[in-house]
Design a protein around this ligand. Structure first.
Ligand SMILES: Nc1nc2[nH]c(O)nc2c(=O)[nH]1
Length: 364
């Protein structure tokens, strides 16, 4: 049941566009409550932390972005619960359903983190400081294009690229000085040339985006339908399907699978996660000197680390990865207290580390 709450402050009045039914027109903003609190959804730990590049901070503890054809702001209210405001939608009831779906609200973060914490005391310690970092359920096409943009890239540049592509879609409105768009469909994307993307600073990713759009357009039954059908596959099938698109490596595929295809056991692995795997999962093979040489994140290494995460955290291992990934971000890492839980490395691993350190000293 939606009920308006007391908070009526809107620091960023939405710009009203002509010929659109704008739900906020001339009314004070009423934040409608979602039945979740900060421990289930912490906005600053969920939105600007690398899962989506389409949401913007539009106020204090307030983020705005598109959910399919709807434009929504979310705000952490004074009592810790989350409120939402629709800036634009053609169907309010549908917008609320789509929003709840996008937020994966049927999954209890508290329950999951309880399980992860029992499996890993170091996770429990981190979780105390980073509560409410939730995994979103995005539209597969938008998610795929965002993560192709993300490869070997930093957040500022990824956001610029994603904004550029998003701006080809239908305008939803402007909030806090940012324009928001529905993600363009495949037909619209097919009209964007590699040259245009290169001109906009996409570099080598231009070729992969155009290639991905072409490959999807050729799918019998439709590219978006094909991508969405991967939600019904097992993790391996979804990853193989995504990797059949040129330019989609294991990390991009794992992010798309986790953030849009319901593959909660999908574990994206980059160098940070690889390091975490060594420390949290006590993988002797990864701690050895030989592993340092194998540090290249080959598809095999990717699967190996992913499987170790699943052994440790279970079938929602991707949600555990998300917290550990966030804990390594420059925006969070310096604020976290050092872990007090001792890492109980097996003796042979400590020995290997010692000899590795000695070798390093000799070299330098
Ligand atoms: N939770 C995560 N977010 C990400 N963004 C990005 O580019 N990589 C990751 C990731 O591994 N986990």
């Amino acid at each position: 049941m939606v009920e308006p709450c007391g908070s009526r402050v809107n620091p960023m009045p939405p710009v009203i566009r002509a010929n659109r039914k704008n739900l906020a027109a001339s009314l004070p903003v009423v934040w409608k409550r979602l039945d979740i609190d900060k421990s289930e959804l912490n906005l600053p730990l969920t939105f600007p932390t690398g899962q989506t590049f389409r949401w913007k901070r539009t106020g204090h503890l307030q983020y705005t972005g598109p959910v399919g054809p709807h434009l929504v702001s979310l705000r952490q209210l004074e009592d810790g619960t989350v409120g939402y405001h629709l800036h634009f939608s053609e169907d309010e009831d549908e917008a609320r359903i789509d929003l709840l779906d996008f937020l994966n609200v049927h999954i209890s973060l508290k329950e999951l983190w309880g399980e992860f914490g029992r499996a890993d005391p170091r996770f429990a310690e981190l979780a105390e400081n980073l509560e409410g970092a939730r995994v979103l359920r995005q539209e597969p096409l938008g998610c795929l294009i965002q993560f192709i943009c993300s490869s070997n890239n930093n957040i500022g540049r990824i956001t610029g690229m994603v904004d550029f592509i998003s701006s080809k879609g239908r305008v939803l409105g402007t909030v806090g000085g940012y324009d928001f768009f529905e993600f363009p469909d495949l037909e619209t994307l097919a009209r964007v040339s590699e040259g245009e993307l290169r001109g906009a600073g996409f570099g080598y990713r231009a070729k992969y985006i155009v290639g991905a759009v072409e490959a999807l357009a050729l799918k019998p039954g439709g590219g978006v339908e094909w991508l969405t059908s991967l939600r019904k596959s097992e993790l391996g099938g979804a990853i193989d399907g995504l990797r059949s698109i040129a330019g989609v490596g294991p990390k991009v595929a794992a992010c798309v699978a986790l953030f849009s295809l319901d593959k909660h056991d999908s574990v994206p692995v980059d160098t940070h996660v690889w390091r975490i795997a060594r420390r949290h999962l006590l993988l002797p093979e990864l701690t050895s000197a030989a592993a340092a040489a194998a540090a290249r994140l080959t598809p095999r290494m990717h699967s190996y680390v992913g499987e170790a995460f699943v052994r440790k955290y279970g079938k929602y291992a991707g949600w555990a990865q998300t917290l550990l990934f966030i804990s390594q971000l420059p925006s969070q890492k310096p604020m976290l207290p050092p872990l007090t839980t001792e890492l109980e490395l097996p003796k042979e691993v400590l020995q290997l580390q010692k000899s590795g350190n000695k070798r390093k000293k000799k070299v330098s």
